[in-house]
Design a binder for this molecule. Structure first.
Ligand code: MCN
Length: 832
């Protein structure tokens, strides 16, 4: 394969359009459509005793008002459970509109369709819903206490319980020379893409077909769900993801209630809504009725030797899954398996409880459970290093899986139901690069300098391994048109990752055509009907390889037809800049556009290629014009379906400064070393890492979902939810390692989530280092850090054994008890 475009930092094809305002996002479509608005529950938990729509129906311009009672057939059934799992013993999904009970603030209860959105909202405000409030279960402590039930038939609020174990962890820990226990906590956050969800559906009465545009990460699945709910043949439903202004995980859930409701209403009201019906989510709706992630409590028990080598690791996780489980238990499964990162844990046992609460559902947000797992593991690594007085990087290094040990089987079952086997990576080399990049060994001198100037600085690091490119498959279609342009389609969607560029780079190389001649379409079921979706950093691996395989087929066909036309053996041909030519005799050549004409017995072409084709006679006239094993056209499709995920990895280091008075945390440097195999487009990968780091810093220092005890989200707006600006995000320094994956033809691994994964872990590590006491809970605000300082001074928070990077006698450190390493002092650090 030529490597001309693969690896080139080419500018993104899509940007000229997007940056000049020519993008077409959901709300740019359907200007003549009717508008939908939703009446949503103001209560976290309540029975719906009555719905009175009389006043709403009187609003001029209202076309229809629907409640659960209006839903028929499969629309009246609960929304699907997308990823069942045997451990999910009590799955619950919502109805498209509440059926007698609401389980979180924001749950849709009534849909109003009106001439425009203003009228729809006015009418929605006049709907009178009577509720009988029930006790709300908010937060993990409340869910664990089981004082109240979210779903009365689910004991102890436990949706799922899963234990995975390798080896005898209790025996290993009992025999370990050192044991520590840690209690950890990560709060909720969310994807918060700038463009919220939205759907626009139009029924075509002439054809009896439905077209659905939706801001989704999975258009083929939305199509299947809508077709099933409406009882339509799949071929009568098209689903198209237009430009999508960010998804970050939240748009992978399918179908959202609004997606099926708007589609259903578009069919039902077809005569009144010839231009269809549209709904676009507002920011408040997005906060309260889409999805969140991250909220977990964790208890870690670890046994280790005097070098810091793990002997036994026992982790218990309580995961907040919100009110329903449409997306199964993917998030806690990922936490419990990816927690291990680049390390060999000795014996390992992980048990999680996925708990219902009366809050909005929890589904994957960029990183999908990994930030929590990395937090648990990396806090543990730092605790071990501090306990033993060892360098934090060294403790990590003694636990690394060696490059020669790849592929390495962790002995667990991963999110895809397959064994967790790392395919590639050189963790020691990654760490060496990181230490060099951040100046790990020189930090002590810098700290002294800073201290002399009255400044408080700290350094932290965190490592992760990320399963990427999960299956089961993705496909690609490549077609050379008689104009010479190459049209590529893949079924998965784009939300800003740059697929149009990167997939074009791959096809340009495989086919030997100019990059600018390749046009890529994603997420349009009219062009490609089989796909899984864009999540789990899978597009490069899955669709990248699929379009490469399809392009290879097209190439073979082009060489065969050109060989016949040029009377040359295909193996003597090459394709350069869209022209097939005899190697070493470039005058003997035929453009791919002409080959495209010759590929069809009809030889239809109404452009230049048609004339050029007349000089060539192709085909054995004794055979039928379309041979048995052939098809007309210079096009092919193929699928890529791997046996397992590929595993990318990376390590981050940060230097922070904490203000001695205000406890404000500033990130002075943020360094990343990342290994996603060969980089198809380094500029795009670095952009992805930058974006991820921004979300990681946001999750560590700024963003959280603040619920009150009644289940009201108190910061459900961008006035109150602290999404950082560029001014809060440090410059990101990046280095790469490119260990290829042996699993796929291009050797690539995913990159889309990498930047976010260790954010909370690495910043906690650095703050802890700057402050000298343990950090067990993230995110952390200045006021929380301020209060921790006071607690530390009062002896209520354990201090580090090292003072500012050096080991000191623990007995001289305020607040430190050598027998305790837990913020609440109830977990013995057993020294035997
Ligand atoms: N890439 C590359 N070389 C590699 C690996 C990847 O050039 N070796 C490129 C890919 O071709 C792609 C990008 O990097 O253009 C990310 O690739 P990949 O890791 O395959 O991730 P996906 O394309 O599947 O994107 C999903 C991932 C996830 S899971 C979330 S969440 C996320 C993310 O991507 N949401 C995003 N990045 C986002 N970026 C934007 N702008 N918006 C979102 O919603």
């Amino acid at each position: 394969m030529s490597t001309a475009m693969f690896g080139a930092p080419v500018r993104r094809h899509e940007d000229a359009r997007l940056l000049t305002g020519a993008g077409r996002y959901l709300d740019d479509l359907g200007h003549r459509a009717l508008a939908a608005a939703f009446v949503r529950s103001p209560h976290a938990h309540a029975r719906v005793s009555d719905i009175d729509v009389t006043a709403a129906a009187e609003v001029d311009g209202v076309v229809a008002i629907f409640t659960y009672e209006d839903l028929t057939g499969r629309m009246a059934e609960p929304l699907p459970l997308l990823i069942p799992h045997p451990a999910l013993h009590a799955p619950r999904t919502a109805y498209p509109l509440a059926r007698g009970e609401v389980n979180h603030v924001g749950e849709p209860v009534v849909m109003v369709v009106a001439r425009d959105r203003y009228l729809a909202e006015d009418a929605a405000a006049r709907v009178v819903v009577s509720y009988d409030p029930l006790p709300a279960v908010v937060g993990l402590p409340a869910a664990r206490s089981a004082r109240h039930a979210v779903h009365p038939d689910v004991p102890d609020n436990v949706a799922a319980h899963l234990v995975q174990a390798v080896g005898e962890v209790d025996t290993a820990i009992a025999a370990a020379p050192h044991v520590l226990e840690l209690d950890l906590e990560i709060e909720r956050s969310a994807s918060t893409p700038l463009e919220g969800k939205g759907v626009y559906a139009r029924w075509n009465s002439d054809e009896g077909s439905l077209r659905v545009y939706t801001s989704t990460q999975a258009s083929t699945s939305v199509r299947a769900a809508v077709a099933a709910k409406l009882g339509l043949p799949l071929v009568k439903v098209d689903c198209i993801a237009p430009d999508v202004g960010g998804g970050f995980g939240v748009k992978i859930v399918h179908p959202w209630p609004e997606e099926v409701l708007v589609a259903w209403a578009a069919q039902r009201l077809a005569a009144l809504a010839p231009e269809g019906i549209k709904w676009t989510e507002d920011r408040w709706e997005h906060f309260v009725s889409s999805a969140h992630e991250r909220g977990q409590l964790q208890h870690v028990r670890v046994g280790f030797d005097s070098d810091g080598r793990l002997l036994g690791l026992d982790v218990t996780i309580w995961h907040d899954n919100g009110a329903y489980t449409p997306y199964g238990i993917i998030v806690p499964i990922i936490t419990s398996t990816q927690l291990l990162g680049p390390y060999k844990p000795g014996a390992y046992r992980c048990e999680f409880f996925s708990l219902y609460t009366n809050t909005v559902i929890v589904t994957p947000y960029r990183g999908a459970g990994r930030p929590q797992g990395v937090f648990a593991m990396e806090r543990t690594m730092d605790a071990i290093a501090d306990h033993l007085g060892l360098d934090r990087a060294e403790v990590r290094a003694v636990n690394f899986i060696a490059a020669e040990e790849m592929p390495y089987d962790q002995g667990l079952i991963f999110q895809d139901g397959r064994p967790l086997i790392y395919d590639s990576g050189d963790f020691a080399a990654t760490l060496d690069k990181l230490k060099a990049l951040v100046g790990w060994s020189d930090f002590q001198a810098y700290r002294e300098q800073a201290r002399a100037a009255g400044r408080r600085v700290g350094i932290g690091l965190a490592c992760y391994v990320e399963g990427t490119g999960v299956g089961p498959y993705e496909g690609g279609h490549v077609q050379v048109e008689t104009s010479g342009k190459v049209m590529v389609a893949t079924g998965l969607t784009s939300q800003g990752q740059g697929h149009q560029t990167v997939l074009a780079q791959i096809v340009a190389d495989e086919l030997g055509v100019d990059f600018d001649d390749v046009e890529v379409t994603t997420g349009d079921t009219r062009r490609f009907g089989y796909a899984v979706g864009t999540f789990a950093s899978r597009a490069a691996v899955m669709s990248g390889n699929a379009v490469a395989l399809a392009a290879r087929k097209v190439r073979q066909k082009a060489l065969r037809i050109a060989g016949e036309a040029l009377e040359a053996d295909p193996s003597d041909l090459e394709i350069v800049s869209g022209v097939v030519r005899v190697k070493g005799a470039p005058a003997s050549a035929i453009p791919l556009s002409t080959v495209a004409v010759l590929s069809n017995p009809l030889r239809y072409a109404f452009d230049e290629a048609a004339k050029a084709a007349t000089q060539f006679a192709v085909g054995d006239t004794s055979k039928p014009p379309v041979a048995e094993d052939d098809e007309p056209g210079l096009e092919a499709r193929d699928f890529y379906s791997p046996t397992q995920s590929t595993f990318a990895n990376g390590m981050h280091a940060v230097i922070v400064e904490t203000d001695p008075d205000t406890a404000e945390v500033r990130v002075l440097r943020y360094c990343v070393v990342h290994d996603c195999g060969p980089l198809i487009n380094p500029m795009i990968v670095e952009g992805q890492v930058h974006g991820g780091v921004a979300q990681g810093v946001a999750g560590a220092l700024y963003e959280r979902m603040v619920y009150d005890d009644a289940g009201q989200l108190l910061n459900a707006s961008f006035m109150d939810f602290l999404m950082p600006y560029a001014s809060e995000i440090p410059t990101v320094e990046i280095d790469h390692l490119e260990t290829p994956s042996p699993l796929n033809p291009l050797g690539i691994k995913g990159a889309g989530e990498a930047g976010v994964i260790p954010g909370s872990a690495v910043i906690a590590s650095a703050i802890e280092d700057a402050e000298g006491f343990v950090i067990r809970r993230m995110p952390i605000s200045p006021s929380e850090l301020f209060e921790l300082r006071a607690s530390y001074a009062a002896g209520r928070v354990p201090g580090l054994r090292r003072t500012s990077g050096e080991r000191t006698d623990p007995r001289t450190r305020p607040g430190h008890s050598p027998d305790n390493d837990s913020p609440d002092n109830d977990s013995p650090d057993k020294e035997t």
